[in-house]
Design a protein. Structure first.
Length: 328
């Protein structure tokens, strides 16, 4: 059993903790949380008590705890590199919420620190673990759709209008290109997983309603394989997720987290629905297994860095009014 500290027990940090334990009791055999590190401990006191977490504001103290084998970072994006490097120096495995960092240089430095220390670095791309996503990848890898020609998707939420002054996600420096860091990064990761590295992007990002950061962001993508892609992400509309792959033999469309529609050249389109699935528990279990020397974590280091490089390129292109930005 891997003992972990949650760093940043806010809304999403609590989702992660709740996925693997209830009132401090682990739901499985791989991971449990025993400590929490918060910027404002008073705000997390009741939750920490309910989940039997030792609560404090000193990250260094958590890293010095010999009973802690890993840290789970649900913290502002700009803090990730330094926090990962500190954890690696302390010999702790790291699970980091996406995006890993906001720049490729920082991502590479964070990974290098973990490799040098011999600890695992895992990135929280939870949609990789959904059964519908596994089915979609199986079709792509098996050639069921023929040669892949194009991929497109949308990930949206109603988070933007809820942002208030003082919330770190409402700061442009933490959320460049609007929803790309909190939402669109999942599409980039899925597309890299399915179709390989992204070679270049053209992006636009704008603010259309009264929120603190951009609410509408979209990008066209060119892949190293020669295929094309498109993604959009909005933070001021109803929640939505879709990912569609087009091939020379047909298409497959993931709609929401539990539906996969398939249309082939022959026959009528088919729809398959999957049972509800706890992707957060699955990713944390996978992290703990990898930390224990078992199956490697599904999101490879190379893919994590490719995702950050693509995110950085989207931000740069949007800042340059849609100019093409190549990814080396």
């Amino acid at each position: 059993m891997l003992n972990a500290a949650i760093v940043g027990p806010g809304r999403w940090g609590r989702v992660l903790v709740d996925s693997v334990q209830q009132t401090g009791v682990p739901k499985g055999e791989h991971i449990r949380f025993t400590r929490a590190v918060a910027r404002s401990p008073d705000k997390a006191a009741a939750y920490a008590a309910a989940q039997k977490l030792a609560l404090g504001e000193d990250y260094a103290a958590a890293l010095a705890d010999p009973e802690i084998g890993a840290v789970v970072l649900a913290t502002p994006h700009s803090q990730h590199r330094a926090q990962i490097e500190q954890a690696a120096a302390a010999g702790k495995h790291v699970f980091c919420e996406k995006p890993l960092t906001l720049s490729r240089a920082d991502a590479e430095a964070a990974l290098a620190a973990c490799e040098a220390a011999g600890v695992i670095l895992a990135v929280g791309h939870n949609r990789r673990f959904l059964p519908a996503m596994h089915a979609l990848k199986w079709m792509v890898d098996r050639g069921e759709l023929g040669r892949i020609l194009h991929i497109e998707g949308n990930h949206s939420a109603a988070s933007g209008p809820r942002y208030r002054p003082g919330m770190w996600r409402a700061e442009a420096a933490e959320s460049p290109a609007g929803g790309m860091t909190g939402l669109g990064i999942h599409l980039l990761d899925a597309m890299i997983d399915l179709c390989g590295p992204i070679a270049g992007v053209r992006a636009m990002s704008l603010r259309q309603v009264a929120v603190e950061v951009d609410d509408t962001t979209f990008a066209t993508l060119g892949f190293a394989s020669g295929m094309t892609g498109y993604l959009s992400t909005l933070t001021a509309t109803a929640p939505h997720w879709r990912l569609q792959v087009f091939g020379s033999r047909g298409w497959a469309h993931m709609l929401g987290h539990d539906t996969l529609e398939v249309g082939l050249m022959e026959g009528a389109p088919q729809t398959k629905r999957f049972d509800p699935f706890d992707a957060e528990r699955a990713e944390l279990d996978a992290f703990a297994i990898a930390a224990g020397g078992g199956t490697p974590y599904p999101v490879s280091a190379a893919e994590a860095i490719q995702g950050v490089a693509a995110l950085e390129a989207v931000v740069r292109s949007a800042e340059q009014d849609g100019a093409e930005v190549e990814i080396g």
